[in-house]
Write a protein that binds this ligand. Structure first.
Ligand code: BGC
Length: 414
């Protein structure tokens, strides 16, 4: 990515250290050594937790965390790592969105099939809860951590704890920022997601034709969470395609909110998207219809749908509504016309790529990487595997989604 070219020039030595660290150090640390280190850390962490009474981390109540966490228990846990694999901590952000439920389930199933023991935790978009869950995973003897963060910069301390215990970390879907403790990153091409959304709007509305004919369409934007690097990249991708049409008036954003700062929605909240859309429709679209709701997430598309229905939109004037994730509900909405498109991100494939990274750090092998330049987390450039996102709409849904066994016809009500 152009913006990072300069940074990349000054960080290759850091990256080299990171790569060398992965290959030569992590690869050589035996499981036994890690178990001993984990056990020592477990005791140290429990002691820290006892000293740090009243701290935020300590008061958070992790979803599935066992209540009894005495030192012996943690040590015992650390020592009884399975012979076949080892214990892997998988920290996921929330169960409020279907995609993360699928991500967690896929990771668990694929890791267990390889003989690993999996500690899967969801933090319900509570940052401190995620910190506590990861601390508990370390204390319980995790040998590798897979993290899909809520706030990508908020885990720096717990990541440093993992690093000092030689527990490698894989960033899952969302880049972990401001840390050198992350070994690999598995995701989709996040700017590519935005580009695909922008291109879809451009083609579906024939913006070139509209420009030539001097016509225009109204558009509003609902972008992702400011603490998620993916959201920034997605916005960049969308604007890479649509900015020129905003500039020449082919697209008209009546609220004037097009920048990332003005359109980002904290924690990807569906409720906020709905509220914003309701306000926009009342305040800016009383006399003219909204033609395009460019949203970054299926959850936003659901919120927008509710707002449009509340404002009396029907099939006759329903706008083009974009989304991301191809959730089951979104696919149903695409079939009934209340959402126009989504981005199909096969979470099975993502889990597969991430699992190869876990195997690599556990066994000292090399995972498949296809990007060593783009994902600079402000500290290092993280070696990544990026899967390809694909736009899905009514025309290709059956072929992609049903043909790819993502959902069955029955699930889609077909
Ligand atoms: C993911 C998206 C998802 C969003 C909200 C992002 O980090 O890349 O696929 O829609 O989070 O959960």
């Amino acid at each position: 990515m152009k913006k990072y070219n300069f940074l990349y020039k000054i960080v290759p030595s850091v990256q080299l250290v990171n790569t060398t660290f992965q290959k030569n150090i992590l690869g050589r640390i035996t499981k036994m050594k890690r178990k001993v280190l984990s056990a020592i850390l477990a005791v140290a962490m429990v002691a820290t937790m006892m000293v740090g009474c009243g701290s935020k981390e300590e008061t958070a109540a992790p979803a599935e965390t066992k209540t009894e966490a005495p030192a012996d228990k943690a040590t015992e846990e650390a020592a009884k790592t399975t012979e076949a694999g080892g214990k892997i901590g998988v920290a996921m952000p929330t169960q409020s969105s279907e995609r993360w439920i699928n991500d967690g389930a896929n990771m668990k199933a694929q890791l267990e099939a390889l003989g690993y023991e999996v500690d899967l935790q969801y933090a319900e978009d509570d940052v401190q809860m995620q910190v506590s869950q990861i601390e508990n995973m370390i204390a319980a003897g995790a040998e590798c951590l897979v993290i899909a963060s809520i706030d990508s910069s908020a885990l720096v301390n717990v990541e440093a704890q993992a690093k000092s215990a030689n527990i490698p970390i894989i960033a899952y879907d969302r880049l972990l920022m401001d840390t050198d403790a992350v070994s690999y990153y598995a995701s989709f091409d996040n700017e590519g997601v935005g580009t695909a959304i922008g291109e879809y709007v451009k083609t579906a509305k024939d913006l070139e034709g509209a420009r030539a004919a001097g016509e225009s369409y109204t558009i509003e934007f609902f972008m992702g969470s400011p603490d998620d690097n993916n959201a920034v990249l997605l916005h960049r991708g969308v604007m890479g395609v649509l900015q020129e049409y905003l500039d020449d008036g082919t697209l008209v954003c009546k609220t004037g909110r097009t920048s990332f700062e003005d359109t980002c929605i904290l924690r990807w909240s569906q409720e906020t998207a709905q509220q914003w859309c309701e306000n926009y429709l009342t305040g800016f679209y009383a006399d003219e219809d909204l033609d395009i709701a460019c949203t970054a997430f299926d959850g936003f598309a659901y919120g927008v749908k509710a707002a449009l229905q509340g404002a009396g939109y029907t099939a006759e004037n329903w706008p083009l509504v974009t989304g991301q994730d191809a959730e089951l509900m979104a696919c149903k909405n695409i079939l009934d016309g209340t959402q126009t498109m989504s981005i199909y991100k096969d979470t099975r494939l993502l889990a597969e790529k991430c699992v190869t990274m876990v195997e690599a750090v556990m066994k000292g092998t090399e995972p498949e990487i296809n990007d060593t330049e783009t994902y600079n987390n402000n500290t290092i450039v993280v070696p990544s595997y990026l899967c390809t996102p694909v736009a899905v709409d009514k025309a290709n849904l059956e072929e992609l989604i049903i043909g790819g066994n993502y959902y069955t016809k029955e699930q889609l009500g077909l």
